[in-house]
Design a protein around this ligand. Structure first.
Ligand code: OGA
Ligand code: MN
Length: 281
């Protein structure tokens, strides 16, 4: 059996994995090894994996059952694969370009997101990732005291309510269906304990987090702003660059991400799956 090779980036946040063929089933010891590396580095990327839809589905299911993806129509015939597409002549801002974690407004947001690059522009179009574990571990005392034991209110209303969707401008190449469901809210602890590693992290993001539960609105937005500034300092961010057929897997419980633009005139196409998660504690 071949051994996987893992090369970590700065501060042990994000790692490159080679010596594995994701067009083949990942099972047994290999699957356990991969899970351990994923929990440790939070973001793993695998260059040169020319995977089919079926390969992507099988790999995703080796990590757990599929998550539920609302508001966006899947790839025809593949209910668990979404296509993230941006056409060369498209004026709309890229999908996912504000900092967020995926579906944090759900009662049990996904554990993982898997993104597979099909068409990569020659310039721009990277993805940035922010380390929520390190952000928690370095949080100034006063800020930590302000949020300890608190929950945040999450909702999909900004991007996916009819009103929010209209205000955000049309995304022509993505099949998005806004809904009144997006007005629902869901509270989650701000300091989250990872159910597998036991590590604590900050679980918040500027797209879906509306405020801090039971706190005066001005104080809440002030604290959120300070938290986001802290979480997004350059030293906590890994700037990922894509090549065709690269697969990236991230821990959606501890990481925020944002899609980068800078490739107008070029096409970018990614395929995406999620792995179901548990209620944050
Ligand atoms: C996503 C997402 C980022 C990107 O698919 O959830 O945020 O760089 N994508 O395409
Ligand atoms: Mn996303």
């Amino acid at each position: 059996m071949s051994k996987i090779c893992v090369t970590a980036h700065a501060n042990d946040f994000a790692a490159c994995v080679t010596g594995i063929d994701l067009t083949q089933p990942v099972t047994g010891v290999l699957s356990d090894q991969l899970r351990a590396q994923w929990l440790r580095y939070q973001v793993l990327y695998f260059p040169d994996q020319p995977m089919t839809h079926g390969d992507l589905e099988r790999f995703t299911e080796s990590l757990g059952p599929f998550g539920h993806d609302p508001y966006i129509s899947p790839v025809p015939g593949h209910p668990n694969i979404l296509e993230v597409r941006h056409e060369p002549d498209e004026a709309a801002i890229p999908f996912g370009s504000s900092w967020h974690s995926d579906w944090s407004f759900q009662a049990a947001p996904p554990n993982a997101t898997v993104l597979h690059a099909k068409v990569v522009p020659p310039i721009g179009g990277g993805t940035h990732f922010a380390d929520g574990v390190r952000a928690f571990e370095t949080l100034p005392q006063a800020l930590r005291r302000a949020i300890e034991g608190r929950r945040a209110v999450h909702s999909a209303r900004r991007p996916y309510s009819h009103e929010g969707y209209r205000a955000g401008g049309k995304r022509t190449s993505m099949r998005i269906t806004p809904s009144d469901d997006a007005w629902q809210t869901q509270c989650h602890p701000i300091i989250r304990t990872h159910p597998e590693s036991g590590r604590q992290s900050l679980f918040l993001n500027p797209v879906y987090t509306l405020g801090i539960e039971g706190m005066d609105a001005d104080e809440s937005s002030q604290i959120l702003q300070e938290l986001f500034e802290h979480m997004l300092q350059p030293d906590f961010v890994y700037q990922h660059r894509w090549t065709e057929n690269m697969l990236v897997l991230w821990d959606n419980r501890t990481v925020m991400h944002s899609a980068q633009g800078g490739y107008s005139g070029y096409r970018r196409v990614m395929h995406r799956t999620t792995v179901a998660g548990s209620v944050p504690v």
